[in-house]
Write a protein that binds this ligand. Structure first.
Ligand code: NAD
Length: 499
């Protein structure tokens, strides 16, 4: 009998086990736990707990809310190994990669600690005779987060520390494939002194998500996941009058210019393409080589290195990357490799059918390099989300940029070059939200904000950083006069101006 993971509502573990789903250890392929799938009533209980906690929490002085974040950061650091193990067991990423994910998440908590500074607002004295005006940033109320499997700790940490420190109460619906990290974060927040009801976790599927999207008490929804679901979330949440930011999928290209430092390119592309089994929304999955000379050398060098990468269980830190998330996803990734082959691409290194010794039932796909990919191929058009790097050959930088600008997705991109003029032109004109110059994974740090263009983001504000603070607050502008005994104005019927 495997354990059933429930929910965390109003500071307590709550069971609602009428429907459950298997949680796998992707390294072994075995079912390790069950997760409860919340009913509408359980999600409503979480929303009600958040609603009840809101009046007191919004009135807490911001420095006190920030102190909870300081303590939470200490607890995250003290329990780093345990959190990484939970991530590794249910996601499959190697422990060193889980530690990197957690560190990026902690940096969002650090930024949230600065709330007393970024919530100060704006003030103008004497905007008219004896009139002062200021803008303040008020919390929204109950807000929800719906998160993907690929960063079980980091993506929730993009959302709730900022939302909570701004004075909101939060309901998180993590991925049902790896729910343990979120439940543990909820316990740490309680230990950090967060009042019950301010942060709640409901595990579940579409039923839970649809309840969050339609309940009138939920004011805003942050979503990170695949593009078809992001589109649905944005349409449904906004049709129900909610503020929404929905981050979707990606296809991130790296342009390799003929003058690039190839050793640097090879090393950084290996990590960016295959790290975390390519299951990162910022993974570099397409290398666009400008000219056949650099293309031939790139394919030869990456091919030789990719074939030697160590793939295996999350717990062996000598491994470069681990399994993909499920057996179904392994089949999907291998299907894309097959379709590229059938459509005429060259499979240089083939990761299909990999069975590491001792982990033969794990969901492994080895590093795969595919050359001579063209834009009409399905494997080029769609997000693979696996350890697959495809090479497209073009003759000019403009051709490479046109390829990227015409792609459905616009999350991340990068150029490798020694030419400052080319790099500047690229960063200015490319239709992508996050751009690297000789940087393969240009994931913004916590004090900037994260988001893509085109089908990679539905909504106006990016995640975390300054945009996160704006997303989770509502501006209110107050204009004030205390009439003095000397100045008494008569009725005025024209628009007030300072003549
Ligand atoms: P997913 O879209 O399948 O699931 C994301 C969330 O949506 C989960 O919590 C899931 O329970 C819920 N969900 C799934 N189907 C639903 C439905 N029909 N109705 C309502 N809710 C539903 O994504 P995933 O497979 O967990 O994550 C991988 C995807 O996330 C990739 O496409 C990746 O690019 C993307 N991603 C994007 C970013 C970004 O910042 N742009 C970051 C990480 C991951």
């Amino acid at each position: 009998m495997t354990a059933i993971l429930g929910h965390f509502i109003n500071g307590q573990s709550v069971a609602d086990n009428a429907r459950t789903q298997d949680v796998y250890n992707p390294s072994t392929g075995a079912v390790s736990k069950q997760v409860a799938l919340a009913s509408k009533a359980t999600v409503e209980e979480a929303i009600a707990a958040a609603q009840a906690a809101f009046p007191a929490w919004r009135n807490e002085p911001v420095i006190k809310r920030a102190r909870v974040m300081f303590k939470f950061k200490e607890l995250l650091e003290a329990n780093r190994d345990h959190i990484c193990k939970l991530i590794g067991e249910e996601h499959g990423k190697i422990l060193h990669d889980a530690a990197g994910e957690l560190q990026r998440g902690i940096e969002n908590v650090e930024y949230a600690c600065a709330a007393p500074e970024f919530l100060k607002g704006e003030y103008s004295k004497n905007v008219g005779p004896g009139i002062d005006s200021w803008s303040e940033f008020q919390p929204l109320g109950v807000v929800a987060g719906i998160t993907p499997f690929n960063f079980p700790a980091m993506v929730p940490l993009w959302m709730f520390p900022m939302a909570i420190v701004c004075g909101n109460c939060f309901v998180l619906k993590p991925s049902e494939r790896n729910p343990s990290a979120s439940l543990y974060l909820a316990e740490l927040l309680k230990q950090a002194g967060l009042p019950d009801g301010v942060f709640n976790v409901v595990n579940g599927d579409k039923e839970a998500v649809d309840t969050l999207l339609t309940d009138p008490r939920v004011q805003a929804v942050s979503f990170v996941g695949s593009t078809p679901i992001a589109r649905y979330i944005y349409a449904t949440a906004t049709a129900n009058g909610k503020r929404c930011q929905a981050l979707g999928g990606a296809k991130n290209h790296a342009i390799v210019m003929p003058d690039a430092d190839l050793d640097n390119v090879v090393n950084s592309l290996l990590g960016a393409a295959f790290g975390s089994s390519g299951e990162r929304c910022m993974a570099l999955s397409v290398a666009v080589a400008v000219g056949d000379e650099i293309a031939d050398r790139l394919v030869a060098q990456i091919g030789a290195a990719a074939a030697k990468l160590k793939v295996g269980a999350y717990s062996n830190t000598d491994n470069d990357f681990g399994p993909v998330i499920t057996a179904a996803h392994k089949a999907k990734v291998e299907g894309y490799i097959q379709s590229a082959e059938e459509q005429g691409a060259t499979i240089v290194v083939d990761g299909r059918g990999l069975k590491p010794e001792g982990y033969e039932n794990g969901f492994f796909v080895g590093a795969t390099l595919i050359d001579r990919v063209t834009p009409d191929m399905v494997s080029y058009q769609e997000e693979i989300f696996g350890p697959v790097l495809q090479v497209v050959r073009v003759q000019t930088m403009h051709e490479a940029m046109e390829l990227i600008n015409n792609h459905l997705y616009g999350n991340g991109t990068c150029i490798y070059t020694r030419d400052g003029e080319a790099a500047r032109y690229f960063s200015d004109h490319i239709q992508v939200g996050m751009v690297g110059i000789n940087i393969p994974l240009p994931v913004p740090v916590s004090y900037h904000s994260f988001g893509g263009w085109k089908q990679s983001l539905f909504g106006d504000l990016y995640a975390y950083g300054p945009d996160g603070a704006r997303f989770y607050t509502r501006r209110k502008t107050i204009t004030q006069r205390w009439p003095t005994s000397e100045v008494r104005e008569g009725a005025q019927f024209s628009m007030p101006t300072l003549g």
